[in-house]
Unconditional design. Structure first.
Length: 390
């Protein structure tokens, strides 16, 4: 038996004492080697499974009710008649593993704990099998495996298992994301990207974290951190390193002299509106066929109130019509109110979400009716306008 911490969970420990074969994989508890009867009337072995939340050395049933899922063929009674409690309801567990059936059998008072739930469903499946072969058993001997999910996180992502998104989240694997500029919008972009399964994130910013940055940044910057004035890229890498592995800080301004640092990136968020070499960065990314999203915002005070425009532009060279006709922006004019550090955390966050949504649509994570090459939000009217590609 393994000495892994989760073995100390009370329900898990009781199941192991009985001789069940258990594993945790993809945010699911899997009970293996459960005998059942196939539609052909043969005895076979399948697995019971349900989503769990892991907290320390405790495992909580995250199915929300009495349901459980089955990995195997249609479970039947000893005559080969399908069990009415088992219905077709696929559930992804890992990239190479999925359950095909959901089984629902709710006792009047429910199940008092996970041990009662697992043993009840094991009996439902194994009794018909034992009628055909009395030697089969659902408790072949205690075994415990915590199968690594190889995800880039410090702790388990149980949110995906709760909602059954494990297979969809595989779309993020293999990606190396670069975020250029972390003064405001870039920090919120990182906040979203760090919660996905991307393999690596590179952060670029040569500036320091100061008080005015804290008021348009995600989370709450500690006063002690502000006093030491950390580099923005290093600060965010340390902060989000508490959750996501593979975050690398590049405490430099990105420009034409060091664009090679972007080599290997699969997607880039350009959130440095004041970068001197911004046109060169955009041209280099376009020449390298690296998809990227460019964001910007202009804020002005009018009659004692703020108004302005948020913009998000996509540059997807591998998609026809997804590159703007004039990808290099015009030179910036006189400073607007945003340049004077007006605290617009809400607009920064909104601008970031516009960019992240475009990225996720590019990866086909979200459905998309008509691809937009550019999206604008007008503060005054509340209007969101998309410019279609093509």
């Amino acid at each position: 038996m393994s000495t892994a911490p989760l073995v100390r969970d009370p329900s898990t420990s009781r199941l192991l004492d009985d001789g069940y074969d258990l594993a945790v994989r993809g945010g699911h508890l899997i009970v293996r080697q459960i005998p059942y009867v196939t539609p052909a009337g043969l005895v076979a072995y399948g697995s019971l499974t349900y989503p769990v939340t892991v907290s320390g050395d405790r495992i909580s049933d995250d199915s929300g009710d009495h349901r459980i899922w089955f990995i195997g063929d249609q479970p039947c009674d000893e005559r080969g008649t399908a069990l009415p409690a088992a219905t077709v309801q696929p559930r992804a567990i890992a990239d190479d593993l999925a359950a095909s059936y959901m089984i629902s059998s709710k006792p009047p008072d429910g199940y008092r704990d996970q041990y009662a739930k697992v043993t009840a469903y094991a009996r439902i499946l194994s009794h018909p099998a034992r009628a055909l072969d009395p030697t089969v058993t659902a408790t072949p001997g205690a075994r415990w495996d915590e199968i690594a999910d190889d995800l880039p996180f410090v702790y388990r992502d149980t949110a995906s298992s709760r909602s059954g998104l494990a297979r969809l989240n595989q779309k993020f694997r293999g990606h190396r994301i670069a975020i250029i500029g972390l003064g405001g919008t870039g920090g919120y972009i990182l906040d979203q990207v760090a919660k996905t399964w991307v393999d690596a994130v590179d952060l670029f910013d040569g500036d320091h974290m100061d008080n005015h940055n804290a008021f348009r940044a995600p989370g709450a910057v500690a006063e002690a951190d502000l006093q030491r004035r950390p580099n923005k890229a290093e600060y965010y890498a340390e902060l989000y390193g508490h959750m996501h592995t593979g975050i690398t800080a590049h405490p430099v301004y990105l420009g034409k002299s060091n664009l090679g640092l972007l080599t290997g990136s699969t997607f880039v968020f350009l959130a440095a509106a004041d970068a001197e070499d911004r046109p060169e960065i955009m041209s280099w990314l376009t020449d390298q066929q690296i998809p990227f999203v460019d964001v910007g915002m202009g804020i002005d005070e009018i009659d004692g109130r703020l108004s302005g425009l948020l913009r998000m532009t996509t540059h997807f060279p591998d998609r026809d019509g997804q590159v703007p006709q004039n990808p290099v922006p015009a030179q910036r004019g006189a400073p607007d109110e945003y340049d004077r550090n007006i605290q617009t955390a809400d607009l920064n966050a909104f601008n970031a979400l516009m960019a992240v949504l475009a990225w996720k649509k590019y990866l086909a994570y979200y459905a998309e009716h008509t691809p937009a090459i550019e999206t604008f939000y007008k503060v005054y009217t509340g209007e969101i306008r998309n410019q279609a590609a093509g």
